[in-house]
Design a protein around this ligand. Structure first.
Ligand SMILES: C[S@@+](CC[C@H](N)C(=O)[O-])C[C@H]1O[C@@H](n2cnc3c(N)ncnc32)[C@H](O)[C@@H]1O
Length: 458
């Protein structure tokens, strides 16, 4: 069907009944099999919709008036939910969010991996799916002379001025507001994305879940930070748990938040937090899971799937600060971790020492290059754990893993689509996907995390 043959035209007003949800949580209604995606529509509801964009195979619409409410609908607790791009699912009950995430994994296993029969367990959720984030990265801007901090409006870079965010911890919210006011009072200029003038781009805060230790990172465009001493003194006074204030410099015209250079303006370079009984030092540029309560459940599942007896050698690829590696090391003979961010590998080595674990080694490098090299050196692990970023595993890494012939692979994923693609590749290499456990690391947002167990066939 060409675009001209689509059953709707731009600016049409139509009545639509929603039958499904997209992976981003938008309602899907169909006219003669032609899908129309409408934010905030829920299955079972019908509504008046304005068609805003028409493509060959699908259209997008805006919900104008709902004729009835699904039992899955709730009032979003956040005032700016319908404007902000941070969360997508606050209008649905938490149970519905969990089933939606399970179904998303089931869908990609059918459509992308062609494995409709793999068991996908119900998503492991939180008891209280709010105030869970231990990290906030918030842009700083100025409008009509007023300094603002807040998340970007959907699909734009307009900052929505906000004082609180219901998925953040209250302490993080308070410190962000405090720093925003100090920036305004000292007259330090926020960075302007259009003119590339100004100084302060982002405030990044990380708070230890068990330790309450806080790290403040001020991301600047310039090396120079005006009124640095006064700025640091006043930030210190905002919360006694602030352990370090770090400046990160990002001079590039980019969407990436942090640049490559950081230096500590005051206090410690790291904060320390615990996951179960292990302590982890975390520096500004290292990855650390954002939902501490769910991290324990995610890691428990990864460890369960690894089925270690104490005799195995294990590779943890994309290991970050060594958090999964050190749990594996407590039950294995030897663990090898690889990670591309040098500061994270420094943290991983320090974390092994801090926890008196001496059977874990960490290497800096791209996992897709280090794995084939390890294979060439004769390293043939019993188990491989991978936890890649959203783009999934590089083919060279998948092939190296197949060539190493581990008994089991545990795949921790934050993107079901690339997971399904990689599971197909591994199936061709002789690895059977046994089961998948989604774990909700991002309540109220549409991201889906999961742990998968694969075993070598035959
Ligand atoms: C999703 S995080 C997982 C980290 C760790 N497993 C954890 O649970 O905290 C992915 C990690 O992969 C790292 N990374 C990204 N690309 C990489 C590559 N090509 N080779 C090795 N590590 C990479 C990132 O820096 C990040 O630390």
């Amino acid at each position: 069907m060409g675009k001209a043959n689509a059953p709707v035209k731009k600016n049409d007003y139509i009545d639509l009944t929603f039958s499904d949800l997209t992976h981003e949580g938008e309602g899907v209604g169909k006219i003669d099999g032609y899908p129309i995606f409408v934010p905030y529509g829920l299955p079972g509801e019908s509504a008046k919709v304005k068609v805003i964009k028409v493509k060959k195979n699908l259209a997008f619409g805006k919900l104008i008036e709902r004729y009835e409410s699904s039992d899955d609908r709730i009032e979003p607790p956040c005032d700016v939910f319908y404007k902000c791009g941070g969360c997508q699912l606050q209008h649905m009950t938490y149970d519905r969010q969990l089933t939606m995430k399970q179904k998303q994994v089931q869908d990609v296993m059918k459509k992308i991996a062609q494995m409709p029969d793999v068991p996908v367990h119900p998503t492991i959720g939180m008891t209280e799916p709010w105030n869970y984030r231990n990290k906030v990265q918030i842009p700083v801007g100025k409008r009509y002379g007023k300094v603002m901090t807040g998340f970007y409006q959907k699909r734009t870079h307009n900052i929505i001025d906000m004082d609180t965010c219901p998925v953040q911890s209250d302490d993080n919210d308070k410190v962000v507001r405090g720093i925003r006011d100090i920036i305004a009072e000292l007259g330090i200029e926020p960075y302007d994305e259009e003119t590339h003038d100004g100084v302060i781009r982002h405030i990044v805060l990380r708070t230890g879940y068990h330790s309450d230790e806080m790290m403040v990172v001020i991301v600047t465009k310039t090396k120079d930070l005006p009124y640095q001493d006064a700025f640091v003194e006043r930030i210190k006074a905002l919360n006694p748990n602030i352990k370090g204030i770090i400046q990160n410099i990002n001079a590039d015209e980019t969407n990436v938040i942090m640049g490559e250079t950081s230096h500590t303006l005051w206090g410690e370079d790291v904060i320390v937090d615990k996951i179960h009984d292990l302590e982890f030092a975390i520096s500004a540029q290292s990855f650390y899971q954002v939902n501490p309560e769910q991290t324990e459940k995610l890691y428990d599942k990864a460890l369960e799937y690894a089925q270690l007896s104490g005799k195995e050698s294990v590779i943890d690829a994309y290991c970050g600060i060594g958090s999964i590696s050190l749990f594996l090391a407590q039950h294995a003979k030897k663990v090898y971790g690889v990670e591309v961010v040098p500061q994270a590998v420094d943290d991983a080595k320090a974390n092994a020492k801090r926890n008196h674990i001496d059977n874990a080694e960490f290497y800096v490098g791209e996992a897709e290059k280090v794995m084939p090299w390890w294979k060439a050196q004769g390293l043939n692990p019993d188990v491989v754990v991978v936890d890649p970023p959203r783009k999934g595993c590089d083919e060279n890494l998948l092939q190296a893993m197949i060539d190493m012939e581990p008994k089991r692979i545990v795949y921790v994923s934050c993107n079901p689509s690339t997971l399904a693609r990689d599971l197909s590749y591994l199936a061709e290499g002789g690895y059977e996907t046994k089961e998948i456990q989604p774990v909700d690391m991002f309540p109220q947002a549409s991201h889906v995390e999961s742990v998968t167990l694969l075993e070598k066939k035959g």
